[in-house]
Design a protein around this ligand. Structure first.
Ligand SMILES: [Zn+2]
Ligand SMILES: [Zn+2]
Length: 116
């Protein structure tokens, strides 16, 4: 059973985090970069700018390293950036794992499905 409240909260958060995406492609997978270069929500943009200033992180520009969805999945799991790949049918899979396959659910999220 999905928890309706947290699902709602997650969706609201997703909405707030919408913005202008970087239009470049990641060099490892050749897929569109998922970095948001400009958030629609001014408060979030201000927070991001403040964090960037504290960390001394440069702005994400054409010269920056671009991260696609596969890259960000790998980062979330502390794997090397090229850990995931997409096969000819568009199915994301973990290289060297063989059995783990990912598919996109109705909400466009990548979900892992275990095969026996
Ligand atoms: Zn980028
Ligand atoms: Zn990538």
């Amino acid at each position: 059973m999905p928890d309706m409240y947290s699902k709602k909260a997650a969706e609201a958060m997703k909405k707030r985090l919408r913005g202008k995406r970087c239009t470049h492609k990641c060099q490892i997978h050749g897929e569109q970069c998922t970095v948001i270069t400009r958030y629609k929500d001014k408060k979030i943009q201000a927070t991001v700018d403040a964090l960037r200033a504290i960390q001394g992180a440069p702005r994400h520009t054409a010269e920056s390293q671009h991260y696609c969805e596969l890259c960000s999945m790998a980062m979330r799991e502390n794997r090397p950036l090229d850990a995931f790949a997409r096969d000819s049918k568009g199915v994301v899979y973990l290289k060297n794992a063989g059995k783990s396959r990912f598919y996109e659910n109705d909400e466009g999220e990548l979900v892992m499905c275990e095969e026996e």
